[in-house]
Design a protein around this ligand. Structure first.
Ligand SMILES: NC(=O)c1ccc[n+]([C@@H]2O[C@H](COP(=O)([O-])OP(=O)(O)OC[C@H]3O[C@@H](n4cnc5c(N)ncnc54)[C@H](OP(=O)(O)O)[C@@H]3O)[C@@H](O)[C@H]2O)c1
Length: 275
């Protein structure tokens, strides 16, 4: 049985994960912005901590409260997050800063606040829910992709830094999952767009058409994450969904092809070897 700390258990992937963990008797300490999540604790144990992740000063106390409630935390999941659609040129500073606050600075603050206790435990697994958009960005959500790329990079360094303490980290990159993510309840949009109708507008129209019809099942994502945390040797990266798999493979092919085509230029910048 495991104890989890999961941000954003009110809806979507976080709620599905919390429900799956509770159903097998695990303990879930989850954050919500307000109210009580519609979750059945069943044979598990549920603790809810209210915190809005835009409130930086509230984050470390929320993590400390979580550790006060449990002897140890086995899995820490930075799940809460949201998307912003629109052209980079049209995003305001406020949109940019809020998005990074929730999607990047909050996970970082949570990890930093949790690490002393996790190091003392000598075991624990940090999961950062990133996105395929962080690895293979589309041209309609550049700032969102930037937040998820940041979290991917952070996870890769973190995993190396914490390995000597017996701690693990995984970046979990979902494709499109049928949650509220693309609904007006969650998604934000920058104003404007006329000049970018061809590139950004087309991408946004595609996402709007996908809302409510996404391929990914949140309950299956939860089951996959349980498999991940139960594995003796969990991966550094995990893609969720066949759409994420396709996009990741296409992206890797493109990157390798481009590296090969420009290899001579890349190599040309070294100092001449003097033996
Ligand atoms: N669904 C997808 O297609 C998809 C794809 C790739 C990555 N992801 C990532 O998966 C994660 C979960 O998204 P989802 O699909 O489950 O979306 P969702 O259904 O919209 O749920 C988002 C969750 O994040 C919480 N949240 C948002 N802003 C918050 C804030 N300021 N403070 C605290 N909590 C906040 C929400 O709480 P409230 O109920 O209080 O708003 C909610 O619990 C996100 O990081 C998202 O970027 C999703």
């Amino acid at each position: 049985m495991k104890t989890w700390f999961i941000t954003g258990i009110s809806r979507g992937l976080g709620k599905a994960l919390a429900q799956a963990a509770l159903a097998r008797g695990d303990t879930v300490i989850g954050t919500v912005r307000e109210g009580a999540p519609a979750l059945e604790a069943g044979i598990g144990k549920l603790h809810v901590i209210p915190v809005d992740l835009t409130d930086r000063a509230a984050i470390a106390p929320a993590v400390h409260t979580a550790f006060d409630k449990a002897a140890q935390i086995d899995v820490l999941v930075n799940n809460a997050g949201y998307g912003l659609l629109g052209a980079l040129e049209e995003a305001t500073d406020a949109e940019f800063e809020r998005l990074f606050a929730v999607n990047v600075f909050a996970p970082f603050a949570i990890i930093r606040a949790a690490l002393p206790a996790l190091r003392r435990q000598g075991r624990g697994h940090i999961l950062n829910i990133t996105s395929i958009a962080g690895r293979a960005p589309a041209g309609s959500s550049g700032l969102y992709s930037a937040t998820k790329s940041a979290l991917e990079g952070l996870t890769q360094s973190l995993a190396q830094e914490i390995a000597p303490f017996g701690l693990k980290a995984t970046a979990v990159a979902p494709g499109a999952f049928r949650t509220d993510f693309l609904s007006e309840h969650s998604l934000r949009r920058s104003q404007g767009g006329a000049q970018y109708a061809q590139s950004v507008g087309t991408g946004i129209a595609r996402l709007d058409a996908m809302a409510g019809r996404q391929l990914g099942d949140p309950d299956q994502a939860a089951a996959a994450i349980l498999k991940l945390v139960d594995a003796p040797n969990p991966p550094l990266h995990l893609l969720l969904g066949s759409d994420a798999l396709r996009r990741a493979r296409e992206k890797l092919d493109t990157v390798i092809d481009e590296i090969d085509r420009w290899e001579a230029v890349t190599r040309s910048t070294d100092f001449a070897q003097v033996d």
